[in-house]
Design a protein around this ligand. Structure first.
Ligand SMILES: [Zn+2]
Length: 85
């Protein structure tokens, strides 16, 4: 089937970034995330720094992660919303 592949927007990627990094996405969606990053250096950089941050937080504390990651995501999302409206 060659129906048009659903494309992720930058906002979709940011919203799903934590699931993506946690490996919670279904395989097809995971692939969409990777495809988007190949074509979008901005999101690639965001995901890279986000994953580093998440790993750093996990090393520091096992319990503090979720809320801090959420705060970071909110920040990132606001930045994305500002640059692309
Ligand atoms: Zn993007």
């Amino acid at each position: 089937m060659s129906s048009n592949t659903p494309r992720l927007t930058c906002r979709d990627l940011v919203m799903g970034a934590s699931e993506y990094l946690d490996g919670e996405l279904q395989a097809p969606q995971h692939r969409l995330f990777e495809q988007h990053q190949e074509q979008c250096p901005g999101c690639r950089g965001m995901v890279t720094s986000l994953s580093r941050t998440i790993e750093g937080i996990r090393h520091l504390s096992h319990d503090a992660a979720p809320s801090r990651v959420k705060a970071l995501l909110d920040e990132t999302m606001q930045r994305v919303n500002k640059t692309r409206s």
